[in-house]
Ligand binder design. Structure first.
Ligand code: DHB
Length: 357
C-alpha cells in the first residue's frame, strides 16, 4: 500500500510513479494514509486484519464504547435501503474496562494507530469514559460520538443542540490528557451544522468527524410494520454521500484550520478524493466494508492513483482544494507529467445491487 513520488536510484533515471505520497498530518498525528475505518463498521479491526494489514491504514476508529457492557437492541437490526443501509444496533459492546483490556491491548500489540470512539447517556458518563482512557493510554485520539441516532430519546442526541454538544465536549476535554486530540462526531440532522461545529470547537474539540448516520425508517410491506425492531435507525452508505460532502464543505469553509474526518458512503478512491477536496484531512470507510472487507486498503491505493493522475505529488496538497478562489495553482495536466491515464473507478454502482431495491 505504500506510495512514493519517485522511484529510488540514479536521480537522472528516476521515473515518476503513478501514486501520490499518501501521508497526511491529522491534528498533529502523522498518518501514512488518510484512510481510516468508520466507527461501528469494523469493531476493533481484528476481522479486517485477516483481509489486509490494518497498520497500513491511517487509523482504526473503534466501535463506540460505553461505560458498561451492553447487549444492544433486539433483532432485526439492519435493513437494506436504496444505495444504503439502515441500522439500529443500540450501541452493543463489552464496556470500557473490557475494551481497554482486550481490544485496545490487541490494537497496541498489533501496532495500529487507534482513535477510540466513546458514547455516554449523560455528560458525566462521557467524563468517566475519558478519565478511564487517560489512565490506560495506548491510543492516538478520541472520537466523541454525540450523534448516535439509536438512543432511548432524542434528548440523548447531544449533537442536535449546540449547548448539550458543547457540554459533552468540554467535559471530555477536561477529563483527557491535553495532548490527545478530540474529534466531535456531529449529526447532519440539524438545521445548521456550522452552528453546532462552532459550539464544540469553542468547547475544546480539536477536530470534527462529519457525519454520523441520518435518522431513517423502513416499513416491511408484508408485515406492514417497521422492519427494524428499534423502529427507526441510522442511514448510511452512498445514499448519504452528498449530504456528508455538503457538511464537510460548509464546516471547512467556516473553520478552514480545523481538521475534519469525513465519512458517508465512501466506496472508491474517487469518493475519498471528493471529501479531501471539500476539506477533509482524512476519511473513514464504513458501510462499504460489509460487502468488501478489503475496501479501506483498495480505496487507499485508488486515492493515491487518483491524486497523482491530477498532477499532485502529495495527497496532503488536495485537502480543501475545491474551495480555491481561482485556478492559478492548478498543476499541469497529469498527462504532461507522467504517462499513466486517469484510472477508471474500480467499483461501480452495480456493486451495490444487493443493497438496492
Ligand atoms: C449505532 C450508533 C451510531 O452512532 C450510528 O450512527 C448507528 C448505529 C448503534 O450502535 O446503534
Amino acid at each position: 500500500m505504500s506510495a512514493a513520488v519517485v522511484t529510488g536510484g540514479d536521480p537522472d533515471r528516476r521515473q515518476p510513479t503513478e501514486h501520490a505520497d499518501t501521508g497526511v498530518e491529522l491534528a498533529g498525528i502523522d498518518l501514512p494514509s488518510p484512510i481510516l475505518t468508520a466507527s461501528g463498521c469494523a469493531a476493533a479491526g481484528r476481522e479486517l486484519d485477516a483481509f489486509f494489514d490494518i497498520t497500513e491504514l491511517g487509523a482504526i476508529v473503534t466501535k463506540s464504547i460505553m461505560l458498561k457492557p451492553r447487549a444492544g437492541r433486539a433483532t432485526p437490526r439492519m435493513s437494506e435501503t436504496p444505495s444504503g443501509m439502515l441500522n439500529s444496533i443500540g450501541l452493543q459492546g463489552p464496556g470500557i474496562d473490557a475494551f481497554i483490556e482486550n481490544d485496545l491491548t490487541w490494537l497496541n500489540e498489533r501496532g495500529a494507530r487507534t482513535i477510540v470512539s466513546i458514547a455516554g447517556e449523560t455528560v458525566e458518563e462521557y467524563g468517566r469514559l475519558a478519565a478511564k482512557l487517560r489512565s490506560s493510554g495506548g491510543f492516538d485520539a478520541i472520537e466523541v460520538n454525540i450523534s448516535c441516532p439509536n438512543v432511548a430519546d432524542r434528548g440523548q442526541v447531544f449533537a442536535c443542540r449546540a449547548e448539550s454538544a458543547a457540554q459533552v465536549v468540554q467535559t471530555v476535554r477536561r477529563s483527557s490528557d491535553s495532548r490527545i486530540p478530540i474529534f466531535a462526531k456531529l449529526s447532519p440532522d440539524v438545521t445548521d451544522i456550522v452552528e453546532i461545529a462552532d459550539a464544540v470547537i469553542r468547547a475544546g474539540a480539536t477536530g470534527l468527524s462529519l457525519i454520523n448516520t441520518l435518522l431513517g425508517l423502513v416499513i416491511d410491506t408484508t408485515t406492514m410494520r417497521p422492519t427494524l425492531a428499534g423502529t427507526t435507525g441510522g442511514l448510511s452508505g452512498p445514499a448519504i454521500r452528498p449530504v456528508a460532502l455538503r457538511c464537510v464543505w460548509q464546516v471547512h469553509q467556516a473553520f478552514p484550520t480545523i481538521p475534519i474526518i469525513g465519512m458517508g458512503g465512501i466506496r472508491s478512491g474517487r469518493d475519498a478524493l471528493e471529501f479531501l477536496l471539500a476539506g477533509a484531512t482524512a476519511v473513514s470507510v464504513g458501510t462499504a466494508v460489509f460487502h468488501d472487507p478489503s475496501a479501506p486498503s483498495r480505496i487507499h491505493t485508488e486515492l493515491a492513483r487518483e491524486v497523482r493522475a491530477r498532477g499532485f505529488d502529495r495527497v496532503q496538497d488536495v485537502i480543501g482544494f475545491a474551495h480555491r478562489a481561482d485556478d492559478r495553482d492548478v498543476p499541469s495536466p497529469a498527462s504532461t507529467q507522467h504517462t499513466t491515464p486517469a484510472p477508471q473507478e474500480t467499483s461501480s454502482l452495480e456493486d451495490w445491487d444487493f443493497i438496492t431495491e
